[in-house]
Design a protein around this ligand. Structure first.
Ligand code: IMP
Ligand code: MG
Length: 177
């Protein structure tokens, strides 16, 4: 595994993301919705850097089997009301963009006052939708990455750094596809 972003770099990136978010919302109340499971670590780190009145919810999505995209599923049972609220969606990575596009459509149907999106990573040259996240912490090359919430077959989410998954790692996975 090759480290792409170490702990210090991730920390600095999340700090910058928080500053940009504060610059837009100031002290206005905000509702953050984390797209699970990949955004779990970013969500936990980011919300502790924000100081406005904050509500936090999650929506569960899934699209990958190993390193291959499969059909996207969204569990739309959001446990908090976002009608007339300023909402910020958080995801780990903007890859093809289909996940964020569909979650945005779903959230819009619930009538938020405003809706923006923030991602930790944006993979270069992969986008298939006409949409860009409002906040991006890092642009990265087109490689399959794990750690800091991102997984391969639900493994490696707990790595405190972001690493590129290499062929040798696939062979030693504890949870083969
Ligand atoms: P998209 O719908 O293609 O933009 O994919 C977004 C979702 O796919 C993300 O929320 C991730 O969970 C997952 N994903 C995309 N690229 C990677 C990767 O390199 N490593 C791990 N998960 C990824
Ligand atoms: Mg995800």
């Amino acid at each position: 595994m090759k480290i792409l972003l170490n702990q210090q770099q991730l920390e600095a990136g999340v700090e910058n993301l928080a500053d940009e978010i504060k610059g837009i919302y100031g002290h206005q109340p905000l509702t953050i919705i984390g797209i699970m499971t990949g955004s779990v670590v970013l969500l936990a780190d980011l919300i502790r850097k924000l100081e406005m009145p904050l509500r936090v919810g999650v929506v569960q999505t899934s699209s990958y089997r190993g390193t291959e995209r499969g059909p996207l599923t969204i569990n739309s049972e959001l446990m908090l009301d976002i009608t007339d609220r300023d909402v910020l969606l958080i995801d780990d990575i903007f890859d093809t963009g289909h996940t964020l596009k569909e979650v945005i459509q779903l959230m819009k149907s619930l009538g938020p006052a405003s809706l923006r999106s923030a991602v930790l990573l944006k993979k270069s040259g992969r986008q298939e939708v006409h949409l860009v996240p409002d906040f991006v912490a890092f642009d990265i090359p087109d490689e399959f990455v794990v750690g800091y919430g991102l997984d391969f077959n639900d493994e490696y989410r707990n790595l405190p750094y972001l690493a590129c998954l290499e062929t040798a790692d696939l062979e030693t996975s504890q949870y083969p596809a």
